[in-house]
Design a binder for this molecule. Structure first.
Ligand code: FES
Ligand SMILES: [Fe+2]
Length: 355
C-alpha cells in the first residue's frame, strides 16, 4: 500500500531542528532538516545531485547547506547557489527537492505531497493543548518502532488491550474481564476522522490515578476517547472525575500520539502526555514518565514489533485474514478510510483489504 502523500507528518520535535543538519528518513525519503539564521525550518532531500552524498554530512553557511563531499552549496529552496569548481557555471540540474515544512504544536511537520496543497492550518485544532503549558504540563517521548505504522495506529485505536498488556493501569480488585465489561464503547465515523469513545462509569479509579493524583476509591467516570486523523495523528482525551461531576473539574490528561512511517517496516512514534493537575510538581513528571515508559516502550512496542515479526514478509495484517473482535471496529474503520483516501490520491477505486 503506498503512503498518503498529501498530508502533514511529524518530522521532529521543534528542539531537534537546529543549526546542525538533522538527517531523518520519512516515508522512505531521506530528508535533511535545519534552521535558517532567523529560525525557520528547512527540509531538503538528503542526497546531493552530484555524487549522491547525504547533504546532512555537510555544514551550514548562512541559510545555505554546503555539501561535505565536493562543496556544492544549496539554498533553502533547493537550488544550487554556488559551485566552487566553476564559480561562473552552475549545472542546470544541480538542485534538490525542497519539501514544504512548518512548525506547530511544538513539532516540525513535513509534507511529502503536492506543495500547492500544503496548508498547516489543516492540522486539527484539538492539538492546541500542546501550546498551553500553563494549563497542561507535558511529559513527552519518542520511540523508534520496528513495525508498519498502521500496526501502531491499530494498537491505539483499540484500547481493549490495556487490561491485558498494561496491568499497572488496572483498577484494584477488578479482573481484566470485569474492567472490559465496565466500559461503554461507541464508534463515531466522520468524513475526515474516526473516534473510539470509551467511558467507564461508576467504578473506582485506576492505580496511577490513585497513587499519583490522590483520588480515593470512590466511584469515578473515567474516559479514554481516541480520535484518529488520517494517516496517523491521534488525539487521546483521557480523564477521570468523581462520578457525576463535570469532566473539566476532574483530572484531564489530553495526549497526542503522532506516528510517521520511516520505512514500510519501521516507524517514528512521538507522544505527548499532558495533565491539568499537579502541573508544577517535578516528582509527578518523573512518576508519569515511568508509567508511560512502561506502557509504551516496555509493553506496547515489543508487542507490536513481535506482531510485525510474526507477519513475516507482510506489512498489511488484513491481507493475512486476522480474526476480528468487536474491539477491532475502530481500527478497521480507520483502515477503510485511509485506503479510500490513498486510492483517491492515486485516482483508483479503493482497495478492499479491510472489508
Ligand atoms: S556529492 Fe555533493 S558536491 Fe559532490
Ligand atoms: Fe497500549
Amino acid at each position: 500500500m503506498p503512503y498518503l502523500l498529501n498530508a502533514w507528518y511529524v518530522a521532529a520535535y521543534s528542539e531537534e531542528v537546529t543549526r546542525e543538519p538533522l538527517a531523518r528518513t520519512l516515508l522512505d525519503i531521506p530528508v535533511v532538516f535545519y534552521r535558517t539564521e532567523t529560525g525557520e525550518p528547512v527540509a531538503l532531500l538528503d542526497r546531493c545531485p552530484h555524487r549522491f552524498a547525504p547533504l546532512s554530512l555537510g555544514k551550514l553557511d548562512g541559510d545555505d547547506l554546503v555539501c561535505g563531499y565536493h562543496g556544492l552549496r544549496f539554498g533553502r529552496a533547493g537550488s544550487c547557489t554556488h559551485n566552487p569548481h566553476s564559480p561562473d557555471s552552475i549545472p542546470k540540474n544541480a538542485r534538490v527537492t525542497a519539501f514544504p515544512v512548518a512548525e506547530r504544536f511544538g513539532h516540525v511537520w513535513f509534507w511529502p505531497g503536492d506543495p500547492a496543497r500544503a496548508d498547516i492550518a489543516q492540522l486539527p485544532a484539538e492539538f492546541g493543548f500542546l501550546d498551553e503549558p500553563e494549563k497542561y504540563r507535558n511529559v513527552k517521548g519518542y520511540l523508534h518502532v520496528k513495525a508498519h505504522y498502521q500496526l501502531i495506529v491499530d494498537n491505539l485505536l483499540d484500547l481493549s488491550h490495556a487490561p491485558f498488556l498494561h496491568p499497572h493501569f488496572a483498577v484494584k480488585g477488578m479482573t481484566p474481564e470485569e474492567q472490559l465489561r465496565a466500559v461503554t464503547a461507541k464508534l463515531v465515523r466522520e468524513s475526515n476522522r474516526i473516534t473510539a469513545y470509551r467511558l467507564r462509569s461508576g467504578v473506582p479509579p485506576n492505580r496511577p490515578t490513585v497513587d499519583i493524583f490522590g483520588f480515593s476509591q470512590d466511584p469515578v467516570d473515567s474516559r479514554s476517547h481516541m480520535t484518529w486523523y488520517p494517516p496517523a495523528l491521534l488525539y487521546l482525551d483521557i480523564g477521570t472525575c468523581v462520578a457525576g461531576t463535570p469532566e473539566s473539574e476532574g483530572l484531564c490528561m489530553p495526549a497526542a500520539h503522532f506516528i510517521t512511517p520511516e520505512t514500510e517496516r519501521t516507524s517514528h512514534y512521538f507522544f505527548s502526555q499532558t495533565r491539568n493537575m499537579r502541573i508544577h510538581d517535578p516528582e509527578v513528571d518523573i512518576q508519569l514518565a515511568k508509567v508511560f515508559d512502561t506502557a509504551f516502550r516496555l509493553q506496547d512496542e515489543p508487542m507490536i514489533e513481535a506482531v510485525q515479526s510474526r507477519m513475516g514478509a507482510a506489512t498489511d495484517i488484513f491481507a493475512l485474514n486476522p480474526v476480528l473482535l468487536s474491539a477491532d471496529a475502530p481500527p478497521v474503520s480507520a483502515r477503510r478510510l485511509l485506503d479510500r483516501l490513498i486510492a483517491e490520491e492515486h485516482g483508483q477505486a479503493p482497495a478492499s483489504a479491510a472489508e
